[in-house]
Design a protein around this ligand. Sequence first.
Ligand code: NAI
Length: 342
Amino acid sequence: MKIAFFDAKPYDLPAFGRYAKEYGAEIKFYETKLNIDTANLAEGYDAVCVFVNDDVNSAVIDKLYSLGVKLIALRSAGYNNVDVKHAFKKIHVVHVPSYSPYAVAEHAMALLLTSVRRTHKAYIRTKDFNFSLNGLTGFDLHGKTVGVIGTGKIGGIFMNICRGFGMNVVAYDKFPSGDAHYVSLDELFVKSDVISLHCPLNEDTYHLIDKAAIEKMKKGVIIVNTSRGALIDAEALLAGIKEKKVGAACLDVYEEESDVFFHDFSGHIMSDDVLARLISMPNVIVTSHQAFLTEEALSNIAETTLKNISSFFNNDGICENELCYRCGNVERCQKDRKDRCF
Ligand code: NAI
């Protein structure tokens, strides 16, 4: 199994190196992202391994197909950056449905706590021997209402964490199935002091939080997004913050993150005005898509990715984590997991 691994980072190498040996795979690590300009690098490889900001659009898929690549192995849960529909009947796509939902849910709570208790500001102050408390007043999460959008693996754990804090939890999910007090999306917007996003990015959820949604929210609402950037219309969020309608935003993801996140731009002029303005706000915390980044998650990602690839190549193309488009709905796939998509 020869794998071309795109957008490789130093923290990927130890776990992938370990599991590559175990599964007998040969991996070529490329620092560059996969896109139409770099797709040629996959020539001679059986599979490509991609992450959230690799752009696997229809043109890239056609190119990979022409090069004889058999498998696109996402090392992430979300797959909005891969045109799975276009890949159908050409190249199989597998992903890592769950590697540590705790990592992401805990990061969402870490951002929320940082925001409401101003620990990011206190840290900088005391480093400078400034022990003043002025401007650090926060509020109790206990008794506040949190609205959770998407109650799958991560949303479910986040709801439990919030319950542990004594928060009232309301939830919205297009396919409600968890143990939650489900309400309509509008009711969630109206009732919530904190709104946390845990649904996938797709046609339904693109700009789920836009100007109209923000208008329905409570004044001072805190918005937490550890899911995908384009769930939020970033310009509408910025306007909401400037108008003081939105009390704070905790963002691990950003709509236009792909050219910025994971890189060191210190010392450079930031060309994205919306991101620069958001970061300049005292009530906005941005982390660069790091919610997944724990030892446990990295190890699970590497193990499941290699297992997926091994299963595909050694088990007649059958992989339980295949993203199947056969019935036209990847989300609600009815495929027998002992079968291949095509
Ligand atoms: P999941 O598949 O277990 O749960 C997603 C939930 O969203 C499901 O309950 C589903 O019914 C619901 N949903 C689907 N369409 C919806 C809609 N239109 N409106 C409301 N809810 C809808 O996924 P999981 O593992 O909980 O991950 C959630 C998201 O977290 C992923 O899609 C991914 O974008 C993001 N993520 C972010 C990471 C990070 O490092 N920041 C790491 C891993 C995942």
